[in-house]
Design a binder for this molecule. Structure first.
Ligand code: ATP
Ligand code: SKM
Ligand code: MG
Length: 164
């Protein structure tokens, strides 16, 4: 089976949902953010603070190329879709499932987490503007699952029922 890539904005639930999905499908799960943190031995905040976003985006593309593409679930970083190259790699190597949540819910989930540099200092309106600047890229996917007001188990069951 080709890879399953979970995409979506920060806080949509990719990492959380991916773990239970992997357990239920008996597949390994790898999180692109966690793999970058491990490889560079730095937190996401440290990478952004010390090297900037462009450096992080390059590390993200490099990681996407290093990750396995068969019999695996890859939970991606919220900004992975902004590069054409990344979207092309994911489409070629698997199917992309978009997790979506309402911006109010996203804001509640992420605004107090200091390890998301592109969210931690933003107002709800600013976060919404960032989401809007990316929305077309997120829609380049096989199907979308709304994670607003749903238990993780319900989201995972919906994904499994819709997988090809
Ligand atoms: N369906 C849900 N219901 C309630 N809380 C949730 C749900 N999904 C995720 N969360 C919570 O929201 C926060 C963000 O979730 P998670 O880290 O999985 O998002 P993400 O999409 O991986 O974000 P990022 O793009 O920043 O990696 C976590 O605290 C998680 O526990
Ligand atoms: O949406 C984004 O740009 C990001 C999302 C996170 O998963 C991390 O990859 C990082 O905080 C950047
Ligand atoms: Mg995540």
């Amino acid at each position: 089976m080709k890879a399953i890539y979970l995409t979506g904005f920060m806080g949509a639930g990719k990492t959380t949902v991916g773990e239970l999905l992997a357990e239920k499908l008996n597949l390994p799960v790898l999180d692109s953010d966690q793999q970058i943190v491990k490889k560079l031995n730095m937190t996401i905040k440290e990478i952004f603070d010390q090297h900037g976003e462009t450096f992080f985006r390059d590390a993200e593309t490099e990681m996407l190329k290093e990750l396995p593409t068969e019999d695996v679930i890859i939970t991606t970083g919220g900004g992975i879709v902004i590069k054409d190259e990344n979207r092309a790699l994911m489409k070629e190597n698997g199917q992309i499932i978009l997790l979506h949540a309402d911006i109010d819910i996203i804001y509640d989930r992420v605004h107090s987490d200091t390890n998301r540099p592109l969210a931690s200092k933003k107002t709800k309106d600013e976060l919404h503007a960032l989401y809007h600047s990316r929305v077309a890229f997120y829609h380049d996917c096989s199907f979308t699952v709304d994670t607003s007001n749903k238990e993780i188990e319900e989201i995972v069951n919906e994904i499994i029922s819709r997988l090809k």
